[in-house]
Structures are given as structure tokens and as C-alpha cells.
Design a protein around this ligand. Structure first.
Ligand code: PLP
Length: 375
């Protein structure tokens, strides 16, 4: 049994609920080479407390990578280094909310983000989505009733739905954030995991038009154990994150890892790894897609264009939690939709992840799911 802080995974079960990369996809050798190169330089400064806004060299390399990937210039000073998107969200909650405040979230939303909001005693208010992401009219209707501390959205290849917010809606949301004076916290951790076409312009590109805090992370495009990510906003706001008790006392986030990853960004290693990931995941999407069509043709879903997940409406309005008990007997599992609902709904949906298993196991997992559905 493999134990991790996020969950434990029984090897006899194909657990399509696991939202992590497969161990074999973690780039051990690339990171070993980056570490060896860094240590060989004989400069111990990365073992010192780090600059509060984050390692300046890493921010420089990251700004280059983002400028190229996003297709618009990214200012090094607009980046603040975090321990990952989770920590970024936690810091935003600390700085921009008071216990009891409303936070607008998508319905569905990432269940562990809902946990972070709960840690801060915040009150999620669900806003409806469709295949083009969060619905601006639904947001504006709620804004007329409630003033949120912020809106938390996952605009691209959403967890769990896989939906991507359209370009027009991004513009519309950015304008609303100015008009109604609230922050949009855009969790963009899946932005670079696209398997067909480039997604619409990242929310990070709307800091002039809107009040935007974009959360980025190396967890999905390199390795979650690095605990390295960033907040992308305007330079003034990025600086303000550095003036907090957490940073004053502990120094900038993760200077050690920052120094290794900076080297990977400078070399071709990082881009090569990302290209490989896209190829591997695209093949897994295809495998799971054909398995679903073959074994559970009545399931309704949109084939993901990126990210980690299939979001499936079960046939005959079946309740996903009830199916879990049956699925256990057939050694398969998944995440029931209700976990992603802040109002206890979405009971006939299941989230299936294609990142953790190889194609043959994904196919076997879907076949087992069909058996559970029929039982
Ligand atoms: C939408 C979303 N945000 C954040 C995270 C966690 O990111 P990090 O490892 O950078 O904290 C995940 C991981 O599953 C996720 O799906």
C-alpha cells in the first residue's frame, strides 16, 4: 500500500479517483541532473533564507517561460513564488478575507479548495457553470445580492468538469471584477496541460482589465513534491504579498527548490518534460474515451481537451455515492460528484482521472465500472 498525505491507494483497486500523476511520470533523472548542476556550482546561497517575493532568478526564468507559453509579456516583478497553488489560495484567504465572508465558487469546484476555504471559516456561494465555464449572468445576479471576499475559479480544464471558460466570458468576468470591485482568484494549474488546441488567453493576462490573482504551480507540469508555484498579478500587488508575517519570519518560499528548478527552466529539460507529459496524457484521454464509448455508451461527458479528468453523468440518473459501494466489490473507484458540490448536489456525476494509470489499466477500470453499474 502506498501512503501519501493526499490518500492511500490499494494496489488491487483501480482508483480513478486519484488526482495525481503516476510515479513513473515524475522526472527523477531530470531533477537529479538539475540538482547536481546546482550543487556543483559551490554557491551555498540557496540554503540561506530566501528573498520574500521569491528567488529572483527563478522569477526571471519563469517570466520567460510564461511569456512564451501565454503569448503575452510577463513581468518578473508581477510574480510571487509560493509553495504551490494550495498555499497561494491559503495566503489569499489570509490576506483578503475575514471569517464568515462569502467566497464565490463554481458548481462544481475543486473539493480540496473548498476545504481551504472552510479552514478560513469562509462561506462558499455556488455559481452555475456550463460547458463554457462559469456563467457571467449567474455571477452578476449573485453580485447584486452578495459582496464576496473573492471569486475562486478554475478557468481552464477545470477540476472536476474539464470545462474551459471561453475567451468572451474571461473578458466579461474581468470587467465585472472592476465594476463590482472584487478579486478573481484564477487557479490556472492545468493551463499548460493542453492536448488538442491552445486554451484561451490565461486569466493572468487580464491584470490590466480586472482584479486578478492567477495561481500557477509546478505540481501538474513537473512534480507535486517540489511544492513550488506562483501567484501572478500586477507588480504592486505581488510586492504586497511579500510584506506579511509568514514571509517576514520564514523568508521567501522554497529557495532550495527554486534554485534547482531555475536550472531546469534555463535548459531544455523543462520544455522536453512538458512535451512528453502532453503526449502521454493525450494517449490516455484517447484510451479512456474509447473505453467509455465501448463499455458505458449511455454515460454523458465531454471529451477533455486538457487537464486530468473526465466528468461523467452516470446513466439512468444513478447516484454516484451508491455506486461507490458496488464499485468496491469490483475493485474500482472514482470520486463522486457530490464531493465537488458546495450545496450537496451533483449526485449523479463521477470524476474519473486519467493521469495516474496507464492506458490498459484505465480501460480495465472502465470495464470494472461497467460491471459495477450493471450489478
Ligand atoms: C484545481 C487545482 N488547484 C490546486 C491543486 C493543488 O495544487 P498544488 O499542488 O500546486 O498546491 C490541484 C491539485 O489537484 C488542483 O486540481
Amino acid at each position: 500500500m502506498i501512503l501519501t498525505t493526499q490518500m492511500h491507494i490499494d494496489p488491487s483497486v483501480i482508483d480513478l479517483g486519484v488526482g495525481q500523476p503516476q510515479l513513473a511520470l515524475l522526472p527523477l533523472q531530470r531533477i537529479r541532473r538539475a540538482a547536481e548542476a546546482r550543487f556543483a556550482q559551490g554557491d551555498p546561497s540557496f540554503l540561506q533564507y530566501g528573498a520574500e517575493q521569491g528567488d529572483g532568478y527563478l522569477r526571471q526564468e519563469l517570466a520567460k517561460f510564461l511569456s512564451q507559453g501565454y503569448g503575452f509579456p510577463v513581468d518578473t516583478e508581477a510574480l510571487f513564488i509560493t509553495n504551490g497553488a494550495s498555499m497561494g489560495l491559503d495566503l489569499v484567504c489570509t490576506l483578503f478575507s475575514q471569517p464568515g465572508d462569502a467566497v464565490f465558487v463554481e458548481e462544481p469546484s475543486y473539493f480540496l479548495a473548498l476545504r481551504i476555504l472552510a479552514d478560513h471559516r469562509l462561506r462558499p456561494v455556488a455559481i452555475s457553470v456550463d460547458e463554457n465555464g462559469l456563467i457571467p449572468e449567474a455571477l452578476e445576479a449573485e453580485l447584486k445580492r452578495t459582496r464576496p471576499a473573492f471569486l475562486y475559479t478554475i478557468p481552464t480544464f477545470q477540476n472536476p468538469s474539464g470545462y474551459t471558460l471561453s475567451q468572451e466570458r474571461r473578458q466579461c468576468l474581468a470587467a465585472l471584477s472592476r465594476e463590482y470591485d472584487f478579486y478573481i482568484v484564477a487557479d490556472e494549474v492545468y493551463h499548460f496541460l493542453h492536448y488538442t488546441a491552445q486554451p484561451p488567453r490565461a486569466f493572468a493576462g487580464y491584470t490590466v482589465e480586472g482584479n486578478i490573482l492567477s495561481l500557477g504551480s509546478f505540481s501538474k507540469i513537473l512534480a507535486p513534491g517540489l511544492r513550488l508555484g506562483w501567484i501572478h498579478t500586477d507588480a504592486k500587488r505581488a510586492k504586497s504579498f511579500a510584506h506579511t508575517g509568514l514571509l517576514d519570519s520564514g523568508g521567501g518560499m522554497n529557495p532550495f527548490t527554486s534554485a534547482l528548478i531555475r536550472g531546469m527552466l534555463e535548459s531544455s529539460e523543462f520544455d522536453a518534460n512538458l512535451r512528453e507529459l502532453r503526449q502521454v496524457y493525450a494517449a490516455r484521454v484517447a484510451a479512456m474515451d474509447s473505453a467509455l464509448r465501448l463499455y458505458i455508451p449511455e454515460a454523458a461527458y465531454q471529451t477533455p481537451q486538457g487537464g486530468y479528468f473526465f466528468w461523467v453523468r452516470l446513466p439512468d440518473g444513478k447516484d454516484a455515492e451508491a455506486l461507490m459501494a458496488q464499485a468496491e466489490k469490483y475493485k474500482v473507484s472514482f470520486r463522486p460528484g457530490v464531493r465537488f458540490s458546495s450545496r450537496g448536489e451533483l449526485r449523479h456525476y463521477a470524476r474519473l482521472c486519467f493521469a495516474y494509470y496507464e492506458a490498459d489499466q484505465l480501460i480495465q477500470g472502465v470495464e470494472r465500472l461497467k460491471q459495477a453499474l450493471e450489478a
